[in-house]
Design a protein around this ligand. Structure first.
Ligand SMILES: [Zn+2]
Ligand SMILES: [Zn+2]
Length: 804
């Protein structure tokens, strides 16, 4: 067994345990002040003191009473009686620990386990299975390993019950390899040992291995029981093996096993996950006496198969048919995907309210599902409210919160939460990295991006396709296309998303021809382009101004791949028409579109109108934008229109647009430009004076503005009302955030290095002209990534060819 000990990386020293009895307290003074209220309710003294005061002999009768309390599930009186006992022996401690575990009070059970040892009572082979189950219950892997080390120290590692519990614990905590190692070292194995492995694989999401293990078990001469079948039905559900699932169900019938609710719900779940909701339904309808577990399985099967209304109807039916059956936490968890699909926040809140009334919170999985639901329904405040009130959080709950932040565009909060993970002793997984990378993608610069990349490499997730895809996207958007390409080229397994991402990444950097090469390469390698591929390739054509190719791919989409163009595809084509200034064609293109034009379409026409100074089309686009319902996405259009009016000196119209924005409650996004110097990130707002290096920055700005002025730059002051012109230059685009960032970047980075800036809104025309000129007079390359694409300013030219 010595070998096992080495393999398990154990911490024998009990005092070094990481278990947070009460986080604020010193670990050494592990006084039992369990989280359960029962001790505090009667008196504030700890139960050790109490025990010294009340000298009640632990008679056989009191032990028997304790046992009967625990067996009947009356934990409160059991704990009170336990408090009065003078010297509880191992048996008594075991009874109380078992009681706690049976009532789901896992943390308290672990606490009692430590307390018994502090009081000099040695745990035995009856203590361990329960305390290990407790560790598994709260996914405390380190705690579990600690207990395992004590098991070995006390020589209980030959006890089959203890080993079975350990296997289950490792499997539940996601360490199936450790479970397998332990299984391999067991000299005697029983059905429970095998079942623990078979269900362990299901828990870790590996249905195939689970199915292989049941075959191995049968070969070893053991006959599967109900628990084995429940597990392998779960395995078939994971792998969506419908025929194997049916075969297993037949085996259950052949072996004459009773069709109890566990088997019934597993069969419904298997059909549901295999997208055979009709099978599930007819099986369900054939069940005479349905209990809650079976109802829950059916509700879940509907919800999984996009049958949201059916799942709610099933809930209603359950409540009407059987007064004894009331929804529990699992019912609610199963219903939440339906809420999401319907986008029905009210129903979601009703479920939340029901959970509170019925006392189903704290329920880790339910709370996590609520965080997820609120996040996806756009109620970030409520998601936070649930999350911050959670007594315990695991990685899944953190992942739900981080992705809620990302979905609601609170990227900085997502990154902060990610950094706080270690405080809750959570180790990020691929889900975490994919979410947090999306947050970095929106706000980070190359160096920050590299740091998170290092973290991913160290954590061993860099080989996972979804993570690599997120990395490619992040690097491309952060302005470091080279690193994005490097990851793409060295990826072990590329999927269609990898190709779409690298094409889109290259497109926003203006590498149109490279995108077309990538597209051909992708098709030659047998990948089938999808809608997103065409968005990427059409964006590439539009950004690079490849008119003919644009039409070619637009037609190819329908002819070769039977894909119907969506609004984004039409938008790209309109960008191309607009770039050419072919307004009549653009107009008829919009009229012939089979889809209702939205802000994307009219915004594209508006941008073209600004570029070609066509006020007539600008107004037509504007009229249509104003008539759209969801104004939130159109703020950019309002701003653009107001700028166009300003360029034409139509100040009354500028004022009209401004009033309209105010009336509709539209707030202009604050333009922020970010630049990275010496590993630190600096953010600038328009007219920013708060910056530490503000003085130097403004001095450089003055010098550069004068210098480019000599070169013929004239600040586009036409964009300002005549009245504003007399005001200080604070209102002029000279002090736009991007220029402050450029100046700061120029003085803070070494010569030869490009100045890379990210901006959350589109760069204005005036700054675009100025940036081109600054690149010439300083001889430096300036890269500005705005909300649409990257502009590379070099020697007085921009990579975008002045169309964006
Ligand atoms: Zn500007
Ligand atoms: Zn440009």
């Amino acid at each position: 067994m010595a070998k096992v000990l080495l393999n398990f990386n154990l911490h024998i020293d009990l005092t070094s345990s990481q278990y947070p009895i009460s986080p604020a307290k010193n670990k050494a003074s592990r006084k039992p002040e369990p989280r359960i209220k029962r001790h505090n309710s009667s008196s504030s003294t700890t139960f050790r003191n109490k025990r010294n005061i009340q000298k009640v002999e632990d008679s056989i009768s009191s032990v028997n009473t304790l046992l009967s309390y625990v067996n009947s599930g009356s934990l409160e009186p059991a704990l009170q009686l336990f408090d009065t006992m003078t010297k509880p022996n191992t048996f008594v401690w075991n009874v109380i620990i078992r009681g706690l575990v049976d009532s789901g009070m896992f943390l308290e059970a672990i606490e009692f386990y430590y307390q018994m040892q502090i009081e000099g009572i040695k745990p035995d082979n009856f203590t361990f299975p329960f305390v290990i189950k407790a560790c598994a219950g709260v996914f405390r892997l380190n705690e579990g390993r600690n207990v395992h080390s004590t098991v070995i120290k006390l020589g209980f590692d030959v006890d089959i019950y203890v080993c079975n519990a350990l296997i289950m614990m490792y499997a539940k905590c996601g360490c199936i390899e450790d479970a397998e190692k332990l299984f391999g070292c067991m000299s005697v194995k029983d059905l429970v040992s095998w079942n623990s492995m078979i269900s362990g694989y299901v828990l870790s999401g590996d249905g195939l291995s689970s199915l292989n293990w049941i075959k191995k078990m049968q070969k070893s001469g053991l006959k599967p029981d109900k628990f084995s079948y429940v597990s392998v039905l779960g395995a078939c559900a994971i792998e969506q093996y419908l025929s194997t699932g049916k075969e297993i169900f037949c085996q259950v019938l052949r072996n004459g096993l009773e069709l109890d609710s566990m088997i019934q719900s597993s069969v419904i779940n298997m059909f549901g996950k295999c997208n055979e909701v009709d099978y599930a339904e007819s099986f369900f309808n054939g069940i005479e006496k349905k209990n809650l577990v079976v109802w829950n399985a059916m509700i879940g099967a509907y919800a999984l198969n996009d049958k949201s209304f059916e799942s709610f109807a099933c809930l209603e039916k359950m409540r009407n048919e059987d007064d004894d059956v009331a929804p529990d936490a699992i019912t609610l968890i199963n219903l939440l995907p339906s809420v999401l699909r319907l986008g029905d926040l009210l129903r979601g809140k009703a479920i939340h309210g029901y959970a509170i009334r019925k006392g189903y919170l704290c329920h880790l999985t339910l709370e996590t599902a609520l965080v997820d639901m609120y996040g996806k329904c756009g109620s970030l405040k409520l998601a936070e409210c649930v999350f911050f009130h959670m007594k315990d959080k695991n990685l899944v709950s953190w992942n739900a919160m981080i992705s809620a932040y990302v979905q609601n565009l609170k990227n900085i909060k997502a990154i902060t939460s990610f950094r706080n993970l270690p405080k809750d002793r959570c180790v990020p997984d691929e889900m975490t990295f994919t979410s947090v990378l999306a947050a970095y993608t929106e706000v980070a610069l190359p160096k920050e991006g590299k740091q998170i990349h290092c973290h991913i490499i160290k954590s061993g997730f860099s080989f996972i396709t979804s993570v690599s895809n997120a990395l490619i996207h992040m690097y491309a958007k952060c302005g470091d296309l080279e690193s994005a390409k490097k990851i793409f080229d060295t990826m072990l397994f590329k999927d269609i998303i990898s190709w779409n991402t690298i094409i889109m990444g290259s497109a926003i950097h203006g590498l149109g021809s490279y995108c077309l090469t990538l597209f051909d390469e992708m098709r030659n390698k047998g990948y089938k382009p999808n809608e997103s591929t065409f968005v990427s390739i059409l964006s590439a054509c539009s950004i690079s101004g490849f008119v003919d190719q644009g039409w070619k791919y637009f037609d190819l989409m329908k002819s070769d791949y039977s894909l119907d163009p969506g609004i984004e595809h039409y938008g790209c084509m309109l960008d191309l028409l607009g770039r050419e200034g072919n307004f009549d064609l653009a107009k008829s293109f919009i009229e012939k579109m089979p889809l209702k034009p939205n802000a994307r379409i009219w915004g594209s026409l508006l941008a073209a109108s600004r570029h070609h100074k066509n006020i007539e089309f600008a107004e037509m686009a504007a009229k249509n934008i104003f008539s759209l319902d969801n104004d939130d996405n159109n703020i950019g259009c309002y701003v653009l229109l107001s700028n166009i009016y300003a360029e034409f000196g139509r100040w009354d119209d500028v004022e009209r647009v401004r009033r309209l924005m105010k009336k509709r409650g539209l707030v202009k996004t604050t333009g922020i430009s970010v630049v990275e110097c010496n590993g630190k990130v600096y953010r600038f707002k328009n007219y920013d004076k708060l910056h530490k290096e503000s003085n130097v920055t403004y001095t450089v700005l003055d010098i550069l503005t004068r210098k480019i002025g000599e070169d013929g730059y004239f600040c586009g002051l036409t964009k300002f009302k005549p009245l504003d012109l007399v005001k200080t230059r604070l209102n002029s685009p000279v002090c736009h955030s991007v220029r402050l960032a450029i100046c700061f970047g120029l003085i803070s980075t070494s010569i030869g290095e490009p100045v890379v800036i990210r901006k959350n809104v589109r760069i204005c025309e005036d700054c675009h002209i100025a940036a081109k000129m600054v690149s010439r007079v300083t001889g430096r390359e300036i890269v500005v990534g705005d909300s649409k694409m990257y502009h590379r300013f070099k020697d007085g030219q921009c990579s975008c060819g002045d169309y964006w």
